[in-house]
Design a protein around this ligand. Sequence first.
Ligand code: SF4
Ligand code: SF4
Length: 388
Amino acid sequence: MTNDSPLNSPPKLSRSQQGEIMSDVFFWNLRTTPNAPYSKKIERLLSKSGLDSIVDEGDLVALKVHFGESGNTGYLNPVNLRPLVDFLLKAGTKPFFTDTNTLYVGDRGETVSHALVAARHGYDPNNIGAPVIIADGLKGEHEVTLPYEGKYISEAYVGGSIMESDMLVTLNHVKGHGLAGYGAAIKNIGMGCASKRGKMHIHITTGPKLVAEKCTGCKVCISECAANALKLDINNRITMIGNCTGCGRCFLSCKHDAIVIDWKTDVVEFTNRLIEYNKAILDNFKKPAIHINFLTNISPECDCHGYTDTPICPDLGIMISSDPVAIDQASLDMINDAPPIYPSKLPSGLNSGDEKFRALTPNTPKYYGLDYAEEIGLGSREYTLINI
Ligand code: SF4
Ligand code: SF4
């Protein structure tokens, strides 16, 4: 069921027809009835996924979510996640909502502000039955280093509390993304679980970009840098002395915009690093992870933005699968099949069947790296969509 071409290419023999593996993706189209309201439908989806047979009583279950930047309104509404929490509580587990601090300086760049944003956006244990635990410590220092022999990375740096949990459930708002092309399960796992150092690692930068003329010589960043990579030059301006580990702490420490992120990135390598991070993370859990994609409020940009633009197509439904590749491919296919919404950020003239995210970010790799994900064994682009 994959849409194997960006724009309406002739059908070819699918991998499933060639005897390769297909993954199950369970789907609910958001229709409800008096006897089957939202909570019952979600419960049914979760049961279909086999989640209750994976968890054990007492498990600490990490619910990886994006709480949304201040000003954003497109992030997942926690009220809609309550049935999932109830399902997990009923199974005797201890679920918690989690995310990692951002690389850039904003309201989610350290744990105190991040937790406050989450609370303002409704992620309050009194309302949703599970606490918020930011996974990588107060300033991003609580990370776990995972060995991984990939083409692009040999280690992955990941938020400690995520890797210390017994099981990972990813809750993914499907939407556009300026660099990756789209954001869903794979983005939420690879970038979302990475520590600051991990995020910088995925972006391939070797360190921060220094804007010396803005430096006041206060030395705050120098005391933050455990690698002793920074010093002041003879003009009392910040300079790099070459042994940066890419931890990202200095961004947060400089209040004068003299240390910024170097976003200069090869998009293909960025995407493939992101995918290798997925493999490193998921391979290090004893239990299989479950991924839930919400095809609702499908905005053109990431929830890291402090605003949310008009959706580019109608709300479509909710998918659940243990295969992050299959669920992302199924989500992309369904969004492409849907009619475009205008006015929106989409260029004019698109029709049902056209690739909407590609129209917004034409420079992303042909299959958004899902072909590489399949190649390294992260999952299958072939899937069976099972309607509930
Ligand atoms: S924290 Fe900023 S202003 Fe202070 S020394 Fe470092 S770069 Fe310069
Ligand atoms: S990223 Fe980390 S190691 Fe590199 S200069 Fe900044 S604080 Fe130092």
